[in-house]
Write a protein that binds this ligand. Structure first.
Ligand SMILES: CC(C)(COP(=O)(O)OP(=O)(O)OC[C@H]1O[C@@H](n2cnc3c(N)ncnc32)[C@H](O)[C@@H]1OP(=O)(O)O)[C@@H](O)C(=O)NCCC(=O)NCCS
Length: 183
């Protein structure tokens, strides 16, 4: 998988991404609202990269993580997650992570814009969904900037680290994405 934007390349993970991958996965600020626990070990990282690095396109029921590389330096600065619903091949969940040293430079929006183009225009997806902790302002601002609609607010719905947290669910339709193009 290869997608180019002005500043970024979105591509499959490679074994050589391991150090960058571990650095941001083990950053408490980055991991705060995410499903993986820290410390996230080198063994886990190598195993995960070996499982996903040769998957050429998103598959039903499986989270595919693809790397975001900065064109200017070749540095791996984050990843995008994509999972097609098992029960419906035209609905897909997404996620995104950027290393904290690169936050607030527009990289998440730039990478996600390209991913949404790919999902809606090339793969003909009908609907893209995402969810986040209600306290994850950076995440929901990114989703809203991309045009996602908040569809649900689940109160104390997710048990993590001994407490129930609340979640927002977001959705975006192909028709809404296309309308945005015409504005
Ligand atoms: C969410 C995340 C990917 C955003 O990455 P980013 O590259 O900094 O985002 P962008 O620079 O593209 O910013 C997107 C929008 O969110 C806003 N935003 C980003 N971080 C913010 C923060 N901490 N507080 C408030 N707004 C924030 C930006 O201002 C921008 O909106 P604007 O242009 O209208 O101002 C990043 O914070 C991250 O990796 N967080 C940890 C992992 C995570 O929680 N991922 C989401 C899982 S659901």
């Amino acid at each position: 998988m290869f997608i180019h934007t002005a500043r970024l390349t979105i591509r499959n993970f490679k074994d050589s991404d391991i150090d960058a991958f571990l650095a941001y996965r083990n950053d408490p600020e980055v991991a705060k609202y995410q499903g993986w626990g820290i410390p996230y070990t080198r063994e886990q990282g190598l195993q995960y990269i070996s499982e996903i690095k040769d998957i050429e396109s998103p598959k039903a029921g499986l989270w595919l993580q693809v790397a975001i590389e900065l064109k200017e330096t070749g540095e791996t600065i984050g990843d995008l997650g994509i999972r097609i619903k098992k029960e419906d091949a035209r609905q897909v969940a997404i996620g995104f992570t950027i290393a904290s040293t690169h936050w607030r430079k527009g990289y998440a929006v730039e990478a996600m814009t390209a991913l949404l183009e790919y999902l809606f225009k090339e793969l003909n997806m009908h609907r893209v969904i995402a969810d986040c902790d209600v306290e994850n302002i950076a995440s929901y601002r990114t989703l809203e900037k991309l045009g996602f609609r908040r569809e649900a607010h689940f109160v104390e719905s997710f048990f993590a680290d001994g407490v129930y947290t609340s979640e927002y669910y977001y959705g975006l339709l192909q028709s809404e994405w296309s309308e945005r193009d015409q504005v």
